[in-house]
Design a protein around this ligand. Sequence first.
Ligand code: F6P
Length: 552
Amino acid sequence: MLMKPLKTLSAWKALEQHFKAMRSFDMRAAFREDASRFDQLSLRCGNLLLDYSKNRVTSDTLGLLMQLARESDLEGLRTAMFSGERINFTEHRAVLHTALRAPVRPPLVVEGIHVEHEVAAVLRRMQNFVESIHNGNWRGHTGKPIRDVVNIGIGGSDLGPAMVCHALDHYAVENVRVHFVSNLDPAHLAGTLKLLDPETTLFVVASKTFTTLETLANANSAKAWLLAALRAPAAIARHFVALSTNAQAVEAFGIDPDNMFIFWDWVGGRYSLWSAIGLSIALQIGWGNFQALLAGAHAMDVHFKEAPPEANMPVILGMLGIWYANFWGTDTYGIFPYDQRLHLLVPFLQQLDMESNGKNVSRANRRVNYNTGPIVWGAPGTNGQHAFFELIHQGTRLIPTDFLMAAVNATPLADQHEWLLANCLAQTEALLKGKSRAVIEAELIAQGMSRKNARALAPHKVFPGNRPSNTLLYQKLDPHTLGMLIALYEHKVFVQGAIWQINSFDQWGVELGKQLAPPIRAALSSVRAVGEHDASTQGLIADIRRRRGLST
Ligand code: F6P
C-alpha cells in the first residue's frame, strides 16, 4: 500500500494543533471537572483492568489519536500480520507468532506449508518430551532422571522463557529446576554448572539461527563439561536437546535431530516464547500451565483483532505512547511492576520494544523525520521508589509510565501485599497530584520552622504533579494472565511500529557489532600486530595486549 508520509496525515496535523492547546492541560482539573473520568478512561479485558485516566488527554486527544490509527491503516497491517502476509519485508518473512497460540488453528498456508499442522505436530512432540522428563521416563546417560534443565540461549531465546519461568515460579513442578545461561562471560555458565550434577542435567540449546556466538560458545563449554564427567559421546543424546529453525547446524553441533524441536522463520526471536523456544517454560511449569499461558495470549490476540480501536487495549497503550513520544517529546518510558515475580519483565520488554521499534527508516525506505521507539526502562516497585523515583517526581523530564499490580498475591505474607498495593497507588497518585509550595510552606511553619527558612526549603520539596501514568491491574499472576500481559505489550509495539511506518520485525542494528568482533578478537591475542581500527579502539586493543605481555 502507498503510504502518505506520517507528518502529512491530516490527523497528525490536527494533533500538532491540538497539542498547542494541551500544553497547559492539568489532569487534576480534568478529574475535578469530570466525575466520570475514570469510568470513561479505563478498560477491561478478561481480568485485566487498564486505567489510563491519569494521562494528559481529553476525549478530543483520544479521538484524534484514533483517527491517526485509522489514517495509518493500522487495521490493514493488523489483518496482513494475522493472515500471514510477509510484513517483515526486509527479511521477506511473515509474522505469525499469533498462530502459535491459537487453540483451534484455522488453515493457514505459508510458502505452500500448512502452518497449523506443523505447529500442532511440534506441540505434540514438546508435550511428550516434557511429560517424559517429568515422569522420569527420560533418563540421563547413567540411568538417573533429569533434575536440572539449563536453557542456553540469548536475546529472544533467553529473555522470554527466563522472564516467564521467574514470573511463574510458584507453578514450578517439584522435581525439575530450570536455569538460564545467556552471557558469553564464562562466569555465567561456570556459576550455574558448579551447582549441578552432570548425570541429572539436561541442556536445552535455544537458538533460532543456531549461529549465535554466545549460545554456541556456552553450548560447546557445556558439552565439554558433560563429556569430561560422563566420558561417553553417546551421553550427548541424553543430555542435549536443541530448539531451532536450523536443522543442519544443530546436527553439525552434534545434537541428534530426534532431539530437536523446530520452529519457523516466521517466528521472530523476541516473539518466540510461544514456539519450541517455550520448552524450558513447559519443563518448569508443566504442560497444562504452558497451554494456559498460550490461551491467555490468544485471548489478547482476539481482543486486539476484534475490539474497536477506542476500546482496544494495545491500540490505546500504543497511541498514548505516540502522543507522548511525538507530541510531548518524551524520550523514555518507565515500566514498574509492583510484582517481584515480574522482575525480568523490563529486560524482556526492552528487547521487545527497542529491537522492534528502534528503527530510523520507514517502510517507504526513507529516513523518518520523527522519533520512533522510546528508551524503555524500569524496575519492580517498591525498589525503584528508593532508587530513582526522585527523577520521575521532581526531575525536569516528562516520563510516561506503566504501573502493574496484582490484586492478590500468590504467596501472601502478613500484610505485605497490602503495603505493596498501597505504595503502587500512592506513587501514581503522587505523580498526578503533586504537592504545592504553599502546602509545603504551611506544613513546615506548622512544624515550627521560621517563615524565612520555610520559604527557602519549600521549593526543594515541591512535587509538580500532573505527571502521567497508566495502571494495569490484574487478579493474580497466573499463566493465563501473564500470557495476556505479554501479548498486550507485543501488540502495543506493533501498533506503534504501524504508526511510525517502520518494520518492527527485523533487527539489522545488531549486525555491525557481529561483523567487527572477529578481527578484534584475533587482534587481542594473535602474535602479529593489530589491523586497521580507529585510534580509540586501537589504543584499547594495544593496552589489553600489553597487559597480556604481547607486543603492541
Ligand atoms: O542478535 C540479535 C538476535 O538476533 C535477537 O534478535 C535474537 O533474539 C537473538 O539474537 C538470539 O538469536 P538466536 O535465537 O538466533 O540465537
